[in-house]
Design a protein around this ligand. Structure first.
Ligand code: PEP
Ligand code: MG
Length: 583
């Protein structure tokens, strides 16, 4: 039966495919397709894993001390029984041979399926066996982790048209990821994988998970509440990333309608691609700088493809994630920054120092357990709390500046004391490189304006910095006191609130007065409904995910700032900025 689940639209487009339900704890399991000739080897890998775990359990049973509680022996019996259960083994074989999933993916998929059935059981005892099954599966996965896979590296799922999908029920259909929650580090892993779209139960429009989805340029919906409960493994689903809706088990008519829309989106993209080499100049001749936001050096290629004239925000924290506490050292970072510089082919790269904390934990699944993590040890505060780690990064950036054009940007500065501490660390990093005789380049220094305190004190901020970059994602969060990651208040998270617009307008105006460049690098920069207003407020530099650049450029080419400037002032002064915006 067809039904739909509503959430927040975070990344545009339509995806049609089969649902892959992934529990948050299992996202670090590899997901890729194998070749048909690898099926037998992959089934064998699971069999070996299962046998090894069975032997381990039998050994435990044999070595059990006489005075061990009887429950322990019973528990091992249950685990052994679950291990041999045909539902588990038969199901895993099915996913490998019919869908060509790799062994780990097949195992976790089948686990999710059985776990659902356990959840639905009336009997408490049986319901609790889910935890046992989970432990058994974890053991097999752990064993398989130690055994190299003989199969090929990840390959993409060939995309099919909805017409194909209607007629064809074979293995290589697009897959859509459905999860309760995904951390930014998880998302980073999925960037390498095969999914055509994703849906999560939680999250806000500018949560970092949503931001990474946008960078992947695949349709995505977050804050869909119970989506992961309502969808079953392998259900057909449509993700409408424009409307923020997931349609489950669509009828052929709905599928055909969305297939049509999917083709329209593809045509629109082709049309926009023609603007790639067109300079971003308004009707009245203002040249607008369109820069890219990237998370990894490899993203630079997409930035160049989209016609970005540089990187306005390299979120360097993504280099630090998922390393289990082994943070990259100076040399490793240096190489990553040089890779980004190479990728940008001589265009400038703005590297923001690490911004972890709040919804960007360093490790997968790790959550900041402080009461108010967004107000806690985040971004520059985190760096200043660990000066030697911070200077590792600063030295790496300074060295990269000898290799290409680099700008250095600091997140979440709030007041003069933090600025002075930060700049002192930069000086120290230079002195350390001097002492080592290592060459480094000159960098422009910039501050992110993302806390109201910084926006209010912008005049004095500009005395210290060469440029500013407004992080509207956080500026909105902190000005309105609305958690950017919380779907329960997402409807109140509004870039058009007067207080936010006033701060943004003042920062742009002060930059202009002092002749220093001001960029917006929050998600509003890539929101085409905001382009005219930002131009009208005097913004001349926008940084966004590569996927949004051409659509924003189209708006710029149609814009006349002589008309937009007085209109923007009217919007600022009006009671209802949102209403004026559509006029
Ligand atoms: C912002 O806050 O707008 C920003 C660009 O930084 P981040 O989204 O990484 O917090
Ligand atoms: Mg921010």
């Amino acid at each position: 039966m067809t039904f739909s689940v509503h959430g927040l639209a975070v990344a545009r487009g339509i995806a049609i495919g089969r649902a892959v339900l992934v529990a948050s704890s299992r996202v670090d399991v590899a997901h890729y397709f194998i070749q048909p000739e690898q099926v037998a080897a992959e089934i064998e890998r699971v069999r070996q894993g299962r046998n090894a775990v069975a032997e381990e359990l039998q050994r435990l049973q044999a070595d059990m001390p006489h005075d061990a509680p009887p429950e322990l022996a019973a528990l091992l019996d249950v685990h052994l029984m679950l291990l041999q259960d045909e539902m588990l083994t038969g199901g895993v074989k099915h996913w490998i041979s019919e869908r060509l999933y790799n062994a780990e993916w097949a195992l976790t998929t089948q686990f999710e399926l059985i776990a659902r059935q356990f959840d639905e059981m009336e009997d408490d005892y049986l319901r609790e066996r889910k935890a046992d099954l989970e432990q058994v599966v974890e053991r097999i996965l752990r064993y398989m982790k130690g055994v190299a896979s003989p199969v090929a590296p990840p390959v993409s799922s060939p995309r099919k048209t909805p017409q194909d999908l209607l007629l064809d029920d074979t293995v290589d259909v697009p897959l859509v990821l459905v999860a309760h929650d995904l951390s930014p580090a998880d998302m980073l892993q999925f960037k390498q994988s095969v999914f055509a779209g994703f849906v999560t139960d939680v999250g806000g429009k500018t949560s970092h998970t949503a931001i990474v989805a946008r960078s992947m340029d695949i349709p995505a919906v977050v804050g869909a509440r119970a989506a992961s409960q309502l969808v079953r493994q392998d259900d057909w689903v449509i993700i409408d990333g424009d409307a923020g809706v997931m349609i489950v088990d669509p009828s052929p008519i709905i599928l055909a309608e969305y297939g049509f829309r999917q083709r329209q989106v593809a045509l629109e993209r082709e049309r926009l691609a023609r603007l790639r080499h067109t300079p971003a100049i308004t009707i009245d001749g203002h040249k607008i700088e369109l820069l890219a936001n990237i998370e990894q050096p490899g993203d630079a290629a997409a930035a160049v493809r989209a016609g970005a004239v540089g990187v306005g925000l390299f979120r360097s924290e993504f280099l630090f994630m998922g390393k289990n506490g082994n943070l990259p050292g100076e040399d490793e970072q240096y190489r990553a920054y040089c890779e980004a510089i190479d990728g940008m082919q001589g265009l400038p790269v703005t590297i923001r120092t690490i911004d972890v904390g709040a919804d960007k934990p360093l490790d997968k699944g790790g959550k900041d357990t402080h009461l108010n993590p967004a107000l806690g040890l985040r971004a520059i505060r985190w760096s200043l709390a660990d000066p030697s780690m911070f200077r590792n990064q600063l030295r790496a950036v300074l060295r990269a500046a000898a290799y290409g054009q680099v700008k250095l940007l600091f997140p979440m500065l709030a007041h003069r004391h933090e600025i002075e501490q930060t700049l002192a660390q930069v000086e120290l990093a230079r002195a350390e490189l001097d002492a080592r005789g290592v060459p480094y380049g000159s960098v422009q220094l910039g501050a992110m304006i993302e806390v109201p305190a910084a926006a209010l004190m912008v005049r004095s901020f500009l005395q210290y910095f060469d440029f500013l970059s407004i992080g509207t994602n956080d500026l909105i969060q902190y000005t309105l006191a609305i958690d950017r990651t919380d779907e329960a208040v997402a409807h109140r998270y509004d870039p058009l609130q007067h207080a936010v617009l006033r701060l943004v307008a003042d920062v742009i105006a002060e930059g202009e007065r002092q002749g220093k460049s001001v960029c917006v690098c929050g998600e509003t920069a890539g929101d085409v409904t905001m382009t005219r207003l930002l131009l009208g407020l005097g913004l001349r530099s926008f940084s966004m995910h590569p996927a949004q650049i051409l659509a924003v450029k189209q708006e710029i080419l149609r814009a006349d700032t002589r008309k937009l400037a007085p209109w923007a002032q009217q919007v600022l002064a009006g009671d209802e900025p949102a209403a004026l915006l559509v006029s």
